[in-house]
Design a protein around this ligand. Sequence first.
Ligand SMILES: Cc1cc2nc3c(=O)[nH]c(=O)nc-3n(C[C@H](O)[C@H](O)[C@H](O)COP(=O)(O)OP(=O)(O)OC[C@H]3O[C@@H](n4cnc5c(N)ncnc54)[C@H](O)[C@@H]3O)c2cc1C
Length: 339
Amino acid sequence: MAAMLRATALRARPTARMLTARRSLSTLLIAEHDGKTLNPATLSALTAATEIGKPVTVLVGGENAKDAATAAASAAGVSSVVLLENAALAHGLPETWAPVVVAMQKEGGFTHVVAASSSFSKGVLPRVAALLDVAQISDVLQVKDENTFVRPIYAGNALSTVQSHDEIKVMTIRPTAFEKAAAEGGSASVTEGTVEVVAAKDVAWLSEEVKKSDRPELASAKTVISGGRGLKSAENFAMLDSIALKLNAAVGASRAAVDSGMCANDMQVGQTGKVVAPDLYIAVGISGAIQHLAGMKDSKTIVAINKDPEAPIFQVADYGVVDDLFKAVPELESRLEQK
Ligand SMILES: Cc1cc2nc3c(=O)[nH]c(=O)nc-3n(C[C@H](O)[C@H](O)[C@H](O)COP(=O)(O)OP(=O)(O)OC[C@H]3O[C@@H](n4cnc5c(N)ncnc54)[C@H](O)[C@@H]3O)c2cc1C
């Protein structure tokens, strides 16, 4: 009996050590890409992933994603890239993606599963966390150590330092809180993934309407001009487009502007919209409710145009114009034309 126990213990010990070694292996970063390059938010999440202090493996999935995998391999700080070339991953369906990420985690023994905060990761990562039976850590703003992270609470009005005791950390990263990793400078290897990809049965991608625009993307634009309820109609809201063109800016909106049909809902900035931190944010006819501030208060310079001098937006604004926007906005535009 003693001999049997000893034999079992001898067999068990290396396995446990192997498991620990596997567990300390690395961080899995789920990439978003356009088939050619990594999305800027993923480069910011890569910076956060490298701050965890472990080798970073990037998962690039989709159809015709080879160039994106090559781009990921060139990004600074990437240790390896796994390419999953599969049409079922092309449109980011979370029901298909989540089991794939879980299978990757189990196969690689990753201790951290990370993605940039986005509509895609908001669908995929909570499912991954649920399947792994761990708590997701959302919108990480700072990595203190491999278990400790800072994240916003109460619509960004307070910061919470959380320590996770889960064996696997599933985390989304707020892109505006981290510099983008350099797209060049790395020389990681790309391998073809071996996990099985099974298209989810109950959901299917039918079509998508992608607005073609030469403008910068809202989440990563250096200048953003946003409109609120003060603009009153979709026709008036369109005033912001010509200014945006002159400033090479993206156009954003408050939820009131979106809800009243003045503009598309992917333009919403705030707690339940996009979080932006451009060099210049111009708020036009926006009162500055905390839910809106949660999405833009980290902008470097904030300019507010509002006819109400008591509007809360002026508390966060660096420059305030107390005036009727229907007078101030055309004036701003004509000044820009003179430049
Ligand atoms: C759970 C939850 C989540 C939310 N998420 C978001 C979010 O993500 N983003 C978001 O924006 N909101 C969000 N909201 C809504 C938020 O509380 C506010 O209702 C919204 O931001 C108000 O939008 P607004 O500033 O455009 O409108 P208002 O608050 O109505 O402000 C309009 C402003 O325009 C000014 N104005 C009017 N006419 C003129 C004029 N002619 N010239 C100059 N100024 C003028 C007024 O003085 C006023 O300050 C959320 C709310 C909840 C409860």
